[in-house]
Design a protein around this ligand. Structure first.
Ligand SMILES: Cc1cc2nc3c(=O)[nH]c(=O)nc-3n(C[C@H](O)[C@H](O)[C@H](O)COP(=O)(O)O)c2cc1C
Length: 198
């Protein structure tokens, strides 16, 4: 086998979501910033993080208001997500430019994106000044779900939402379903292996 190349340290954790983060402050139009450096950081309480460069227009809004919404990105929303990641709210109304609808959030003063299947309403708890990016560590106050993705049993069927991911500079739709949580240890229906249950 050929020797592996060792590169200097850099960001290579992929795939990640490229979420559309909505935020707003009084007297200004609501804004959307696309964020790939986002993650889940705690289950109880439910907490997430987004890392934002201080020079972004959205940075001061989120810092001042202590609020933002993570809107999940779908195949249909990918063009808008890219647009919101290359234009600034300083000079562009991204909701209008992308024909997106701002709806009032349920628990925050800001807005959610109606076209996104899931809106995660977050309140900032800590700001970590890491370097190029400052990380907003936030608690999830509410999750708003488009009812078309809730099945008859009241469960969220997220695979119907056609979510998109971002990997090394490119956007992708999700591919084949390979299993579900714990499938490697789960007994097969009707017996583990033929013969075990007769
Ligand atoms: C796919 C993608 C991912 C991005 N991820 C981040 C990120 O994690 N943090 C960040 O500060 N900017 C990120 N950006 C850049 C911002 O979205 C971009 O600078 C945007 O124009 C800022 O908008 P604003 O000035 O209205 O806040 C990303 C852009 C794209 C296209």
């Amino acid at each position: 086998m050929e020797e592996r190349q060792v590169w200097r340290g850099g960001n290579m954790l992929y795939p990640v979501p490229a979420v559309m983060v909505s935020c707003s402050r009084q007297g200004e139009k609501p804004n959307i910033i696309t964020v790939a450096w986002a993650g889940t950081v705690c289950s109880a309480p439910a907490m997430v993080s987004i890392s934002v460069r201080p020079e972004r227009y959205s940075y001061s809004i989120i810092k001042e208001t202590g609020e933002f919404v993570i809107n999940l990105t779908t195949r249909k929303l990918t063009r808008a997500a890219d647009f919101c990641g290359v234009h600034s709210g300083k000079d562009t109304d991204k909701f209008e430019a992308c024909s997106l609808t701002a709806l009032p959030a349920s628990k925050l003063k800001t807005v959610v994106i109606a076209e996104s299947p899931v809106n995660i309403e977050c309140k900032v708890k800590q700001i970590l000044e890491l370097g190029s990016h400052h990380m907003f560590v936030a608690e999830v106050e509410a999750v708003d779900v488009d009812p078309q993705f809730i099945d008859e049993g009241g469960r969220l069927d997220l695979k119907r939402a056609d979510l998109a991911v971002y990997s090394h500079g490119e956007y992708f739709a999700l591919g084949d379903r390979l299993g579900s949580f714990g499938f490697s240890v789960r007994k097969r229906k009707g017996g583990n292996r033929r013969g075990k249950r007769g």
